[in-house]
Design a protein around this ligand. Structure first.
Ligand code: SF4
Length: 272
């Protein structure tokens, strides 16, 4: 799979391709920064995210996985590209994860879709009224976020689910610009896992928020209110949430009740 080659729409379960043949492609950190800043609006930003090729290691990995596939999905054609933000354009709640899963988002083209973490996450979002369906299987499945939007700090699936610090830094302008675009409506941000919590602060700063010093420690249910210097952007409460990874759900470190409590609180903070 190469550059911004347009996709033939689904039947395969992919999202509608946000990119066009002339969507500009970032090939390095400077181009990510430039293209994120001058994207004319959220939709073009997502299109640009979806064709980014700035991180050599991640581009090679996402495309290798897309060719090799997992046995259970051997008949599917993988997305194999960056995962753009998804959900409402003017959300009250922004949910921030770390990075897409190799056989989840990297396969289906939609964040937290088609993997076990997503099963837990969407079941909870549905129980508290933030998602239309209890499952998120593939694009075109009828799933819809209600009052919310989801993004990954790093948009490409990394080996061992671990992006390097340099990769996180390279991807940061996409996140910062997306935060900036939704800032007028957002009142609560839920950080899924400690890596998302730690990684979001530089992006928040770049998006115009006042970042506290020292930075608050991550924990499940931890809350911190931050304000923005950008005109029209209201204060936002960040809420920490343990990641619904299989490791956490298997061991009981994360339960359905714990997820529901965080998202119920997020709804209240967001005035939903
Ligand atoms: S991780 Fe981000 S910056 Fe790197 S290639 Fe993917 S979308 Fe581009």
């Amino acid at each position: 799979m190469t550059s911004n080659e347009p996709f033939v729409p689904p039947g395969t379960g992919w999202p509608e391709d946000p990119a066009r043949p002339d969507t500009p492609v970032a090939h390095g950190p400077l181009e990510v920064a430039e293209l994120a800043v001058d994207a004319p609006g959220l939709h073009e930003l997502c299109a640009r995210q979806s064709v980014c090729r700035a991180c050599d290691r991640l581009v090679a990995w996402r495309e290798k996985i897309a060719v090799e596939r997992r046995r259970a999905f051997i008949d599917e054609r993988y997305w194999g590209r960056p995962i753009a933000g998804w959900g409402e354009d003017e959300p009250r709640i922004l949910i921030v994860g770390l990075a897409p899963a190799a056989h989840g988002g990297n396969r289906t083209g939609r964040i937290f879709t088609g993997d076990r973490s997503g099963d837990w996450l969407f079941a909870s979002l549905h129980r508290v009224g933030l998602a239309a369906l209890p499952t998120s299987v593939r694009a075109g499945d009828g799933q819809r976020l209600i009052g919310a939007r989801m993004v990954a700090s790093v948009r490409c699936a990394p080996p061992d689910n671990k992006p390097t610090p340099a990769e996180r830094l390279t991807c940061q302008p996409w996140l910062a610009r997306e935060i900036e675009d939704v800032a007028p409506s957002v009142r609560c941000m839920v950080m899924l896992g400690g890596f998302a919590w730690q990684g979001v602060w530089p992006a928040l700063k770049q998006a115009g928020y006042e970042v506290p010093r020292p930075r608050p420690k991550f924990g499940h249910g931890v809350e911190t209110e931050i304000t923005s210097t950008v005109e029209g952007a209201a204060p936002v409460t960040l809420v920490g949430c343990y990641h619904p990874s299989q490791q956490n759900t298997f061991t009981g470190r994360v339960t359905e009740e714990m997820l529901d409590a965080v998202f119920t609180r997020a709804r209240t903070l967001a005035g939903l």
